[in-house]
Write a protein that binds this ligand. Structure first.
Ligand code: SF4
Length: 222
């Protein structure tokens, strides 16, 4: 029995969860369209409180218009806003992107850093965004805790219900083998996005229902 802070999970249960995710979502990956670290960083910043699909609708024209940190930093803010106005909080996001790119120019020769401490120092960039960039742009293992990962970690008892995102990240990193962090992170997002949804999760066909904290709550079935 592996004892972790936040509860107990035996090794077999952990392996079963990981195997289930492998079976259900063997090709889980980042769904934000991007072709370099700067594009990914900007796409993740744009994805706050909206869907990846919504971001992917605005980024092709945005990435066509702006290529470098200098392009964003020197852009007319109204022009920049026009490209992203179809997604929520676009004024703030445009402001953060410009401020972030200005720091990239001032401190990093316009290049996105690949170090957590440097990324989270950038305006508008938190640990979740930094973890996504490190994992998907630089292949540096990390687990970004977003709304899906939080929900799944709680339902499958990786943590306590009261745990905050910082604690959840620590517990997931402690329990899941490091060489699986990037893969498991994407699989948790897919599991949350397409199966264990916030509302109307597919409990009726869930192979993990016996492990789940929600199993006795008569969750509404589709
Ligand atoms: Fe999610 Fe339902 Fe499965 Fe629990 S039983 S993990 S709530 S789909």
């Amino acid at each position: 029995m592996l004892i972790i802070s936040g509860g107990m999970m035996n090794k077999e249960t952990l392996e079963r969860i990981l195997e289930t995710w492998d079976t259900m979502f063997p090709d889980a990956k980042c769904e934000l369209t991007h072709s370099n670290p700067l594009e990914l960083l900007i796409a993740v910043m744009l994805s706050a409180q909206t869907t990846d699909a919504a971001v992917n609708k605005v980024t092709p024209a945005l990435f066509e218009a702006y290529h470098s940190a200098k392009d964003y930093a020197c852009a007319d803010i109204n022009d920049l806003q026009r490209y992203i106005k179809r997604i929520g909080l676009y004024r703030n996001k445009a402001k953060n992107i410009q401020a972030m790119c200005q720091v990239l120019i001032n401190d990093y020769q316009g290049v996105v850093p690949s170090v957590m401490e440097e990324l989270i120092d950038l305006p508008g960039v938190g640990r979740k965004t930094a973890n996504v960039v490190l994992a998907d742009a630089f292949n540096i293992p990390g687990i970004a805790v977003d709304t899906h990962v939080t929900r799944i970690a709680k339902r499958l008892k990786f943590c306590y219900l009261k745990d905050n995102v910082g604690t959840i990240e620590k517990k997931l990193r402690k329990k899941i083998p490091q060489d699986r962090w990037i893969k498991s992170h994407h699989q948790m997002i897919f599991f949350g996005r397409y199966h264990c949804k916030a509302i109307n999760p597919h409990c009726y066909e869930c192979p993990l229902i016996d492990i789940c904290r929600e199993k006795n709550k008569k969750l509404k079935r589709n």
